[in-house]
Design a protein around this ligand. Structure first.
Ligand code: ATR
Length: 259
């Protein structure tokens, strides 16, 4: 039986094992998927020693850490400098990125057309490079980034050709994406004033619980998108990379995340 797992810290609440084991079962693949809590110092050792593992998903905060231990990177992992999927193949440790696909596909589903659109990114953490690359693939005209710690936004802006805006200032946008960790705890507020914004798209990478960012935006008449489909699509792509099968995303699968 092939072994798969997700590493992160914290990892207790990860829904990846539930999802992947469901798909392994449905597709009659002889494999098992578990979660593994690691500390930063242990990541390298773990990757080098565990050669009987066939694949690993990587979540917060190790998506950059693992770059150091991969022997190869796919093009998407390399341009994003972010790895969420590892493939063990012979002696190779191949780092891949399926978050880009996840974010891109979630918007394609909604027929989002990026041309002439301005995207406004909140935050400068690990997920932002994937979001930026996906937005570029969708043809977005302009990307503005704002982060509490401005120099982190400036570094990303330099790398990916973004415009930096001061934290707290609301710029004109067609779609705003919360890439901060604010909202993971129920009721947490970004403290930004979007009260004059309506008929725009508010996207939150967080999918559980429903964030105040989305609840407020919906109340003002905006379209809201949570991180559920991004999560499902990145998992679907990882599954396909590992097993050569594209598992189905249907109501039953979506409900797995709601239980
Ligand atoms: P990741 O593991 O995704 O890289 P991270 O680097 O901790 O996570 O990023 C979390 C993001 O949430 C950052 O953009 C962070 O802003 P800072 O760079 O200023 O730390 C943002 N964030 C966290 N708490 C915040 C708060 N109370 N107000 C505003 N932004 C916050």
């Amino acid at each position: 039986m092939k072994k798969y797992l997700v590493i992160g810290n914290p990892i207790e609440h990860s829904l990846s094992p539930k999802l992947h084991n469901y798909w392994l079962n449905k597709n009659q693949v002889d494999g098992n998927y578990v979660k593994k809590l690691l500390t930063e110092e242990k990541v390298g050792e773990f990757l080098k020693l565990n050669q009987n593992i066939s694949g690993i998903n990587v979540t917060v905060p190790f998506k950059k850490t693992v770059l150091n231990y991969c022997t190869e990177l796919t093009e998407l992992a390399s341009i994003s400098q972010s790895v969420n999927t590892i493939i063990f193949s012979n002696e190779k440790i191949i780092g891949d990125n399926t978050d880009i696909y996840g974010f891109e596909q979630s918007l394609k589903d909604l027929n989002f057309d990026g041309s002439n659109k301005t995207a406004y990114i909140l935050g400068a953490g690990g997920v932002v490079s994937s979001v930026v690359i996906a937005l570029n693939k969708l043809g977005v005209k302009k990307i503005v980034i704002s982060n509490r710690t401005k120099n982190k936004a400036e570094a990303l802006a330099k790398e990916y050709n973004l415009v930096v805006s001061d934290w707290g200032k609301i710029v004109d946008f067609d779609i705003v994406i919360n890439c901060t960790s604010i909202g993971l705890e129920q009721g947490e507020s970004l403290g930004l004033n979007f009260s004059k914004v309506k008929d725009k798209i508010f996207y939150d990478i967080i999918y559980k619980p429903k964030t105040k960012f989305l609840i407020d935006a919906e109340g003002l008449g905006n379209k809201i998108i949570d991180g559920k489909m991004m999560f499902l699509y990145q998992a679907q792509k990882s599954f396909e990379v590992w097993h050569g099968i594209k598992p189905e995303i249907n109501k039953e699968v979506i409900n797995l995340l709601n239980d």
